[in-house]
Design a protein around this ligand. Structure first.
Ligand SMILES: Nc1ncnc2c1ncn2[C@@H]1O[C@H](COP(=O)(O)OP(=O)(O)OP(=O)(O)O)[C@@H](O)[C@H]1O
Ligand SMILES: [Mg+2]
Length: 496
């Protein structure tokens, strides 16, 4: 993601602060900047963007309030309501990329009441903590990555330049004489007292190797390293039925069993990868990571509850599952309200976690949710359905716009794909038209229209267009390729 902001309306947005990962620091983004970030991917839906931006910034604001009041300030949970394919989930996805805060997106429809088979609602809090731990660990690892790389370089040199006296013996070959030698090879202290010429030569060789290593000239050289084998390979015991049990037995067991190591011949490039992760493990204090992660999950965490309408009762809901849906809602209540959940890293209180729910509410209405749950989502924003003009913008403007995606795909075959402005308008018109005649599936229609339109091109490349040739698509092409399908009721139903 870029760290440059686009202006909103007339206002110039100040530069976003970017941390070393290149991502803007979430906590520091002002509501305007958050909206600007979202604008790069999502067209329109200003109310929804505003609401989430304010809610996010309020997290940061709350952290800076003096402690007495701080605990009183609860997050303003949001419900986003809008037809299918207009950007609800997309907003969530983009928010999560803004990173910095632990964020999980879960589908409410996946949960079932406690006691039924399926995910229990508390699992989302456990997921949030997992995300937080990873986030903090990566941050810490980035801080010590240089040091780890230095250490790995030394270790690789030790491996590349085995002891002269003995045969091919690794750093931990049992014999004490070899050990002494290795210590000598590693530190300068030993080299000064030992017989100089040989040691000096070794040191020169080592420095030469270091140069080659840094120039990546030795990447394919094979060396033997010691790797820890997981005692229980491939054993993941968090089966669906055991979801409630909060740890992975496999993980616990393998932590308890003694680590087995094994010698493996690998290339330098792979050895570096393995050793780096070993060194990072040593350099990062996991207890600190966990402490920080729990705090972040509690105070900055965001849980996006997608498809919340699927657990709303609703008139057309169809008898049977209603009981269970209401059960899920009732299970959700305490978590949204604030309760303490046991996770494998410790207890987590959800009182200050921000919840953003979203749903199409085709059949059911927000008022079909149990009243207590409605009350816990004080902010409602509606997303508008998209029209032809929006489609034109969606095709062109987002950083990941469909047209750019196809252009990039075609470019890999050495050709160039070009659309005239009229062609783009025609695509938008057809998509809007089909949406009107059949179900309105929002911007998703653009995907189906584009795949149909470019079917021949995608199939014909690379044979039909020579290198460097431009494939130009104008309005007439769009019409001729799509007209037959749009006009034919049956074809339309199946293809678009
Ligand atoms: N406003 C928009 N701007 C840009 N792209 C959009 C917009 N709305 C939808 N899209 C595109 O359409 C696709 C579907 O949108 P999204 O997943 O957000 O739908 P949704 O609102 O969550 O619908 P549903 O209720 O069916 O889950 C996205 O992948 C995105 O590329
Ligand atoms: Mg969605």
């Amino acid at each position: 993601m870029s760290d440059e902001a686009t202006p909103i309306g007339e206002q110039e947005v100040p530069d976003l602060t970017a941390d070393e990962t290149g991502l803007p620091d979430f906590g520091e983004l002002t509501p305007r900047q958050i909206v600007a970030e979202l604008d790069q991917y999502i067209i329109g839906q200003d109310d929804a963007k505003r609401a989430v931006a304010i809610a996010l910034r309020n997290r940061w604001r709350r952290r800076n309030v003096e402690s007495e009041l701080r605990d009183e300030i609860l997050p303003n949970n949001i419900i986003m309501i809008g037809p299918t394919g207009v950007g609800k989930t997309e907003i969530a996805r983009r928010l999560s990329r803004l990173a910095g805060a632990p964020f999980v997106k879960v589908e409410a429809s996946k949960f079932t009441e406690v006691g039924y088979v399926g995910r229990d609602v508390e699992s989302m809090v456990r997921d949030l903590v997992d995300v937080a731990v990873n986030l903090v660990r990566v941050e810490r690892e980035d801080e010590v990555r240089d040091e780890a790389a230095d250490r790995v370089e030394e270790r690789l040199l030790d491996l590349l330049l085995p002891p002269v006296a003995a045969g091919p013996v690794g750093p931990d070959g049992g014999d004490s004489a070899e050990r002494r030698f290795l210590v000598g090879a590693e530190g300068q202290a030993a080299s000064e007292e030992a017989e100089d010429p040989q040691v000096a030569r070794r040191r020169r060789t080592r420095e030469k190797l270091r140069g080659l290593l840094r120039d990546e000239k030795l990447e394919d050289r094979e060396i033997e390293i010691e790797v820890t084998e997981s005692a229980l390979p491939m054993m993941d015991m968090t089966a669906t039925g055991m979801e409630g049990v909060d740890w992975n037995f496999g993980e616990v067991l393998s932590d308890m069993l003694p680590k087995r190591t094994k010698r493996r011949r690998v290339r330098v490039s792979e050895a570096r990868r393995i050793l780096i992760s070993e060194e990072l493990d040593k350099l990062v204090d996991m207890d600190e990571v966990v402490d920080d992660a729990l705090d972040r999950a509690e105070t900055m965490g965001i849980i996006f509850l997608d498809e919340i309408d699927k657990v709303a009762g609703g008139a057309g809901g169809g008898g049977g599952p209603d009981v269970s849906r209401e059960g899920v809602q009732r299970d959700l209540l305490p978590i949204v309200e604030g309760s303490t959940v046991q996770t494998k890293y410790g207890l987590v209180t959800t009182e200050h976690v921000l919840f953003i729910a979203a749903g199409a509410f085709h059949v059911s209405k927000p008022s079909d949710l149990v009243p207590e749950l409605q009350g816990r989502f004080p902010i409602r924003v509606e997303l508008e359905s998209l029209d032809e003009a929006d489609f034109v913008r969606i095709l062109l403007e987002p950083k990941n716009a469909l047209l750019s995606q196809y252009r990039a795909l075609v470019a890999t075959e050495g050709a160039e794909l070009e659309f005239t402005p009229e062609a783009i308008e025609e695509i938008a018109r057809i998509a809007a038209d089909v949406n009107q005649r059949m179900e309105n599936i929002g911007a998703r229609r653009l995907h189906t229209v584009m795949t149909t339109l470019l079917d021949d091109v995608m199939f014909g490349l690379p044979e039909e267009w020579s290198d460097g040739q431009t494939i130009r698509i104008d309005a007439a092409d769009v019409r001729s390729r799509l007209a037959r399908i749009v006009e034919d009721d049956d074809l339309r139903r199946y293809i678009l």
